[in-house]
Design a binder for this molecule. Structure first.
Ligand code: EPZ
Length: 430
């Protein structure tokens, strides 16, 4: 078993550099299947979700060449399969973007149902609604999605999303890039990674306008050629370090960010009393440990991101007064609360609302990550808490955070990744 062992309670100081955005990378890598040529993708985060996707592409006959630790060449010229390995598909949510990519380029996709974090029900009806509107027949049975474009090529269509869905917006945008004619996505998601994907596709020859607004227009092209692209910085990773400084106190400069993308996050932490100064591509975050309580409601961008909900909740555990968090995106994203309670937090959850009463400090405990952001929240709690915390099930965290241990160490946290063959904490650190 591999765990993080944290001796908490000291403020954070120094600099941390943010990696490429996970949720942009996991869309751009499958989208490279559309391209008849080599895509050089830079600023790719070193995380297990990315390795898994590259592995899936490799198994499908795509040539992957690692140029350096954050750059890969993806060459889909000689792809030989419209079928993705089902056992790998199940391990990651973003594998469903292979449906859009394969349908768009070859008019056929046969892939396993996606996996990913367990946040409650995660339907894909809006993705399918888009593919069907574009003339695909979609059949789901025995855990496999089989989609085929009637006439061999998707046709442009108008798609009104019933819910604002990042995944459906991205998947339909990918599929429509090589459809015949114009596709219009109405009520589209506006997240920075939606815009990043559109910029990537356009740089490879697609014709997409309006990404970042709620109407995206995609005029299909018959071929896409290779090129270079650099992924945007991860705004949720940056937000996670802001939350850590808020919880533990300190003075940390967070480098390689697009401050505008952080507005929904920084504005809430400022309301809590955290001092945040912006530069062109960095922010400086200072906190003396005193925080105000706030109300938070998660919403699609530019609202407060659900992917920051567990981290801000952790910082709010020691804020003066009572805070209220409403989770309006996912049905079941408070499962980490029981772990925080083991560390002394006072939180009551009723459906989609969590009420957080202040406590003087959190105390170290043995806790277990139940998903990616929940895991990040427990690391923040451990860094801020008095005493020793052990975080288990860290594979969830390593799906989406590059070099988390090294980055926290660089800002003064006492955190180690410890491997224990028998679950006993005396073995070597790695
Ligand atoms: C993406 O998930 C992210 N994952 C999630 O990040 C993030 O929490 C979520 O967007 C919201 O921002 C990736 O990008 C890989 P949605 P996605 O489709 O696309 C409902 C993280 O921690 N819905 O925007 O799956 C759905 O139930 C992860 O990095 C439908 O009803 O989310 C939810 O209530 C976890 N039908 C809402 O829409 C559909 O067909 C938003 O989901 C699709 C979604």
């Amino acid at each position: 078993m591999t765990k993080y062992v944290i001796n908490g309670g000291r403020p954070l100081h120094g600099e941390v550099t943010i990696s490429g955005a996970k949720n942009a990378a996991v869309a751009i890598i499958p989208a490279a299947l559309l391209v008849n040529g080599v895509c050089r993708i830079e600023n790719i985060p070193n995380i297990s979700d990315v390795s898994l996707l590259l592995n899936i592409l490799d198994r499908m006959g795509v040539k992957i060449r690692t140029v350096n630790s954050h750059t890969v060449d993806i060459d889909s010229s000689n792809i030989h399969s419209v079928t993705a390995p089902a056992e790998l598909m199940r391990k990651i949510r973003a594998s469903y973007y292979l449906i859009g990519a394969l349908l768009g380029r070859f008019g056929r996709a046969c892939v396993g149902m996606p996996g990913g974090c367990d946040l409650g029900v995660r339907p894909i009806d809006q993705h399918i609604k888009g593919f069907v509107a574009m003339g695909a027949d979609v059949d789901i049975r025995n855990g496999v999605i089989d989609a085929e474009a009637r006439g061999g090529r998707l046709q442009g269509a108008n798609v009104y999303l019933d819910v604002v869905s990042v995944g459906a917006t991205i998947n339909i945008m990918i599929a429509a890039s090589m459809a015949e004619g114009l596709t219009v996505i109405d009520n589209a998601a506006k997240e920075p990674h939606v815009v990043d994907l559109a910029n990537f596709l356009n740089s490879m020859g697609a014709d997409i306008k309006g990404a970042g607004t709620d109407i995206i227009k995609i005029r299909g092209v018959s071929e896409m050629k290779g090129g270079f692209y650099s992924i945007i910085p991860d705004q949720i990773e940056a937000g996670t370090y802001i939350a850590a400084v808020a919880a533990a106190g300190g003075d940390v400069t967070i480098k390689n960010v697009i401050p505008k993308h952080l507005d929904p996050i920084t504005s809430k932490f400022r309301e809590m009393g955290v001092d945040i100064q912006e530069g062109d591509d960095y922010i400086r975050v200072r906190c003396d440990g005193r925080l105000n309580s706030v109300k938070v409601k998660t919403m699609p961008y530019p609202g407060f991101p659900t992917d920051m909900q567990p981290q801000i909740a952790t910082a709010l555990c020691t804020a003066s007064g009572t805070s209220l968090i409403t989770e309006s995106v996912w049905d079941d994203r408070f499962r980490y609360v029981n772990e925080l309670k083991r560390m002394g937090a006072s939180i009551q959850v009723d459906g989609k609302v969590a009420v957080i009463e202040t406590v003087d400090y959190l105390t170290g405990a043995q806790v277990r990550a139940c998903d990616l952001r929940a895991g990040a929240a427990l690391v923040i709690a451990g860094v801020a808490a008095h005493g020793r915390t052990e975080v288990e099930n860290i594979y969830h965290i390593e799906r989406g955070y590059e070099h988390l241990v090294e980055k926290f160490q660089a800002i003064g946290a006492d955190i180690r990744r410890v491997y224990t063959p028998d679950g006993n904490m005396t073995s070597q650190a790695i």
